[in-house]
Design a protein around this ligand. Structure first.
Ligand SMILES: Cc1cc2nc3c(=O)[nH]c(=O)nc-3n(C[C@H](O)[C@H](O)[C@H](O)COP(=O)(O)OP(=O)(O)OC[C@H]3O[C@@H](n4cnc5c(N)ncnc54)[C@H](O)[C@@H]3O)c2cc1C
Ligand SMILES: *[C@@H]1O[C@H](CO)[C@@H](O)[C@H](O)[C@H]1NC(C)=O
Ligand SMILES: *[C@@H]1O[C@H](CO)[C@@H](O)[C@H](O)[C@H]1NC(C)=O
Ligand SMILES: CC(=O)N[C@H]1CO[C@H](CO)[C@@H](O)[C@@H]1O
Length: 598
């Protein structure tokens, strides 16, 4: 009896969800696609979905969006609740990359290789990420502009952030830094009581409680999330899945293998792709836009003859343009620091299993299924004198749980001592992140086979300054954990005393360095390999209009164009790149109403 009632309930809820989200197959083309389109976009991720949707607003234009993965609606249990972000990992919806063995870092990882999940689905990595909504420091963008990225200063990118946003947080609705009505909903979702304790501990050390997407990043904030009524606001859902656009064709399971570039006039003409085991070619009348993400966009350019000439020659690929594709690879590194507490404030395995929680989510979009566990985040300067003068050095992200599942590729003995063995213990995890790393890595081809993984070498922590900054951040974390607010919860720094670094004195600089080089891990913010900047700068791949230098009809719009990674999580800035790219391609200014005098 109980089972029947439950089944009916679940069915009713599934229907209700489907109803709330409209027909997700809008725009997806089932049969053959046309021979020619005005624009072809490769990759329906955080940026590609945005570019495709915006270009399709001009009804006389025909747009094709090619996506290697399937549809997010095939697996609602993976893609609706942000709590379930790890479900899609290592499935057909994840590209599952591994880096080359690292020399100065990742000592605690299997094979010293970092595991890089990436979404392979309509919506790309925005379908599997932690939904933390962060724009970056105004100083990041002003620095881009100063380095020759004309039009990318903070004042000019802010309107594009606003255009894409639908703020649901009451207290921020009147802020000039936020706006309502855009595609990506921003709300807090479920927040645990731990948030208050951490904000208070921050205040104890003299840090303000702020909105880190507002005037200044500096301080402690509750984490805003890309969530609409508890459902992940992915770009696939919000930009593509909600509205029928007759001039947009989305072709799923379509894997681009090469861009055809006419060597005589150096113009991108079309895209080769594979679907259902067959090879096809589709022509672009106007432009091709690459949005395959930092790794695959770089690989696709290299395979198409655009890259460092010596490297291409080595791989027997005819050189069409000699550009530093694959260089300037950047990523954020973080250290997970675990703190046990003696009160039942955090989220444990029993909470996740609770039927009540599942019901609460299905009915109202509330409860712990409406959080990615990220409660609080802080942006901090190592030197107070730099506040208001430059970007912060450190980001802390507080998760309302003790990390217990090894999705991070740690060696078994490391996972055993570092991670939490009893998933019902209470506590939280601080991800201590570097905002602006100095280390630079690279992506190169293993072979000229498009199905081969490229070599990914982030060269984590090869620049000593990155380690120094992280140690500085740990010193602030120690102070925070020693505040009366944290002490009252029974927090004890000794929890981070690890046997694999026991040859150093606990809490000495050497100890923390050892820990950083063992357990430092990717924050999944891979970017920079098609660097944007002035045409005459030999380190750049695309100009400030995102056009591949020396090639007509070819642009890049995704995280690879970042000249430097921004301070903080990068999904929102990647969406901003998509919005701005669409305006540049259309030759339109669609953001005049979002310009603010601040
Ligand atoms: C586990 C995880 C957690 C994260 N958490 C956060 C977070 O909380 N907040 C945040 O701001 N950021 C987060 N990020 C980072 C952020 O989500 C990504 O940086 C961002 O989504 C990248 O967008 P993109 O458009 O560059 O690439 P993607 O979104 O990866 O899009 C690339 C798309 O192109 C497709 N594609 C690739 N190659 C081809 C090809 N050859 N042919 C056809 N299609 C192709 C892919 O399948 C994919 O759909 C997280 C990332 C990960 C992996
Ligand atoms: C990138 O960061 C480096 C190091 O901080 C800085 O020197 C450079 O000017 C930055 N470039 C851009 C384009 O922001
Ligand atoms: C938690 O630990 C702290 C510090 O040891 C102690 O003061 C406090 O009473 C404890 N609280 C509970 C509920 O056990
Ligand atoms: C061209 C292309 O998209 N290539 C690759 C993207 O990345 C994955 C994982 O490394 C490869 O398997 C693809 O072939």
């Amino acid at each position: 009896m109980y089972g029947v009632v439950l089944t009916c309930l679940v069915l009713a809820l599934a229907l209700y969800f489907a109803y709330r989200q409209g027909d997700p197959m809008h725009n997806v083309i089932q049969g053959h696609i046309d021979k020619e389109y005005d624009y072809i976009i490769v990759g329906a991720g955080s940026a590609g979905s945005v570019v495709a949707a915006r270009l399709s607003e001009d009804s006389d234009i025909k747009v094709l969006l090619l996506e290697a993965g399937g549809h997010y609606s095939e697996r609602p249990s993976f893609f609706q609740s942000p709590l379930m972000w790890a479900m899609a990992l290592k499935t057909e919806y994840d590209w599952e990359y591994y880096t080359e063995p690292q020399e100065k870092s990742s000592f605690g990882l299997k094979g010293q290789r970092s595991y890089w999940p990436r979404g392979r689905v309509l919506g790309g990595t925005s379908c599997i990420n932690g939904v933390q909504y962060t724009r970056g420091s105004s100083f990041d963008f002003d620095e881009w502009e100063a380095a020759g990225c004309t039009g990318w200063g903070y004042k000019e990118v802010l309107p594009y952030f606003l255009k894409s946003e639908d703020i649901h947080i009451e207290s921020l609705k009147s802020s000039p830094y936020h706006s309502q009505g855009g595609p990506i909903a921003v709300s807090y979702g479920h927040v645990t009581e731990l948030n208050d304790h951490i904000l208070k501990a921050g205040q104890r050390l003299g840090y303000d409680v702020t909105d880190y997407n507002g005037k200044d990043q500096h301080g402690f904030s509750s984490v805003p999330k890309s969530l609409r009524d508890g459902v992940r606001s992915s770009t696939g859902l919000e930009y593509i899945g909600k509205k029928q656009m007759r001039n947009l064709h989305v072709s799923l399971q379509s894997f681009a293998t090469k861009i055809q570039i006419d060597e005589s006039d150096k113009t991108a003409k079309g895209v080769y792709y594979i679907k259902d085991g067959r090879k096809y070619y589709v022509k672009a009348r106007r432009e091709i836009i690459l949005s395959g993400g930092t790794i695959n966009t770089s690989q696709l350019l290299l395979l198409s003859g655009i890259g460092p000439s010596s490297h291409l020659k080595e791989k027997n690929i005819p050189v069409i343009a000699d550009l530093p594709v694959g260089q300037n690879l950047q990523d954020h590194v973080y250290i997970p620091l675990l703190s046990h507490i003696n009160q039942s404030l955090s989220i444990t395995r029993d909470d996740v299993k609770s039927y009540w929680m599942k019901l609460l989510y299905a009915l109202l979009g509330k409860g712990i299924y409406s959080t990615s566990l990220l409660d609080t985040s802080a942006f901090l300067h190592l030197e107070k004198a730099n506040v208001g003068k430059r970007y912060p050095d450190i980001q802390m992200i507080f998760s309302a749980t003790l990390f217990s599942v090894n999705v991070l590729n740690y060696e078994d003995h490391i996972a055993h001592t570092l991670l939490n063995s009893d998933a019902n213990q209470h506590g939280f995890t601080t991800a201590l992140c570097l905002t602006r790393p100095f280390s630079r890595g690279q992506i190169t081809l293993k072979s000229n086979d498009p199905f081969d993984h490229p070599n990914i070498d982030p060269k984590y922590l090869e620049d000593e300054r990155d380690v120094k900054t992280l140690i500085g951040g740990i010193r602030i974390w120690e102070k925070l954990m020693e505040t009366p607010e944290m002490k009252a919860l029974g927090v004890d720094i000794d929890r981070m005393k690890m046997p694999f670094c026991s040859n150093h004195k606990f809490r000495s600089d050497e100890y923390w360095e050892c820990l950083i080089r063992h357990i430092g891990i990717t924050e999944y913010h891979h970017s920079g390999t098609c660097k944007m900047g002035p045409i005459d700068d030999t380190s750049t791949v695309v100009d400030p209009e995102l056009r591949v230098k020396g090639i007509k009809g070819l642009r890049v719009a995704d995280a690879s164009v970042f000249p430097n990674v921004t301070s903080g999580n990068i999904n929102a800035p990647v969406i901003m790149v998509g919005e701005k790219a669409a305006d540049m391609i259309r030759g339109k200014d669609t953001v005049s109403e979002f310009r603010r005098n601040i």
